[in-house]
Write a protein of this length. Structure first.
Length: 201
């Protein structure tokens, strides 16, 4: 894994160090940024893993099957947890926002009340590519990312990003092999702990 620090960006509650990552499996280069003690890809994973598909814009995104998520990220990297998305939320500083769990640990939601469009943020450079469903690209002003929810051990959990909200939940009824017309694939952003990233440099 090859990494190179480029420059620093200052935010109200954190320092973000931008760097590059080269995936040793296929030599694809990704931009990454540091939020707190965690590094995030600022690009979508594009590794051609089993079960992954790319109907268009393959230089920007691929969509992945939850059955093949183990080891899908580069060595030393992994899927983010639900709580780690709070690092991204914190990067918006004093923007009014509400974080809700609705009485259980299976649903995560943050609303920005039309104040800040997530797709206009340059922190993680997220764009609305939609999702794959039933073998077709479902486009819209949203994107879904595979996410880990340690409190429920739900391997089908994902984060749904719309312009002014983030919602995390599971959709097991859309991930059954006997219902191919509803089967969903989502893109991936990988993360890495600071100490592992520095050791790899």
């Amino acid at each position: 894994m090859k990494c190179a620090h480029l420059f620093l960006l200052l935010f109200p509650f954190l320092i973000s160090a931008q760097s590059t990552l080269i995936d040793e499996r296929d030599d694809t280069e990704y931009q990454v940024t540091q939020l707190g003690s965690l590094y995030w890809m600022t690009e979508n994973l594009r590794f051609k893993a089993n079960g992954s598909e790319c109907p268009k814009d393959c230089d920007q995104i691929r969509f992945y099957d939850f059955e093949y998520l183990e080891n899908v990220c580069p060595r030393g990297w992994r899927l983010p947890t639900m709580d780690e998305w709070d690092l991204f939320v914190s990067s918006f500083g004093e923007v009014e926002k509400t974080r809700m769990m609705e009485g259980n640990d299976k649903l995560y939601r943050v609303d920005f009340f039309d104040q800040f469009n997530l797709f206009e943020s340059n922190v993680l450079e997220i764009k609305p590519y939609g999702r794959m469903e039933g073998g077709k690209l479902i486009s819209g002003f949203f994107i879904d990312y595979w996410t880990v929810n340690p409190s429920t051990q739900d391997d089908r959990f994902h984060m749904h990003l719309a312009p002014y909200s983030l919602t995390g939940h599971g959709h097991k009824h859309h991930l059954k092999s006997n219902r191919p017309e509803e089967y969903r694939l989502f893109p991936i952003r990988c993360v890495c702990e600071e100490e592992k990233f520095e050791r790899a440099e």
